[in-house]
Design a protein around this ligand. Sequence first.
Ligand SMILES: O=C(O)[C@H](O)CO
Length: 349
Amino acid sequence: MLHLINRLKTPLLSFGGTRTISQLINMEKPCILATTFGAHGGINKCFAPVVEKHFTIIPYETFLLDQKNLSEQVKAVFVWGSALKVDRDLMQSLPNLKVVVNGGVGVDHLDIPMINSFGVKVCNTPHVVDNATADLGMGLMLASARKIVEGHHYSLTHNNEDLPESSMGVDVCGATLGIIGMGRIGYKVARRAQPFDMKIFYHNRNRRKEEERAVGAMYCANMEDLLQQSDFVMVVVNLSPATQKLIGAKELAMMKPTSTLINISRGLVVDQDALVEALQKKVIRAAALDVTYPEPLPIGHPLAALPNVIILPHMGTHSVETMQIMVEKMVTNALAVLGGNQPPDEVKV
Ligand SMILES: O=C(O)[C@H](O)CO
């Protein structure tokens, strides 16, 4: 059987050319297990050389072909989102695993105590994702406000018809932005909103006086105040049991009928069914989402049928520069652990 499998070229393998399974087993560099790339699924071909300077990549698809022979080779697992599920079964199958490295800051998809119970560390890539994610938040706000996606489609298909009434946007300049979650990314959003002459409110567990002063933001201890007063509500919190479905029917009903909800955190922070209903009934004007559940959203999902929604496939960190730095940081963390050193970005619970 192994003989047969070894004759197979590894499928979907875009790293350093195709290798047989026995070649993978005989690699001198330590092996990492990783998924290949979807919108948010794994190592992109163009970043593979950064990883391959130090590691041999075993694509998850190849691993599944011959788990028995490959599992002992794996020293590190690289994950992006939940494309590769790091569950108890996977952990049990990797006896020499030392570290799970997450590309991105949010680790809500990882059961850290369970992973740690195998003597395996978890690392992520904080800081380096902040600017790209904040940029995308601004992009979504501007695109939704000024109907950029609609304008694009009109330009391609107009047949000399007039611009429809529905293409009329709303101003961002001078509008009120409510930021829910003034962490590093929330703060970067506020900094970008300031030169747009936006009035900025924020809600956060703890008041952030220094950040508040730096961007001229006003603290709303009560999220209700922020929801009632904002023209744009941007959700930037981490997903946790406390923030799951933080924005539901009740919260949407508090928002202005002219307001827009932007979510760049995690899909589950917003009750998606309640959002569909709010958008259908025009309880709010529009939504612009980088994150949904599931991801990507299935074709034909009711959200996708709505004219007042922009949906992206979780692309907050999806830029050449940011991905490059993220992958480098993942490598640095993995090398530290495998070298017996404390990694710079260990996530502890
Ligand atoms: O958590 C993050 O950093 C981004 O959402 C990518 O997962």
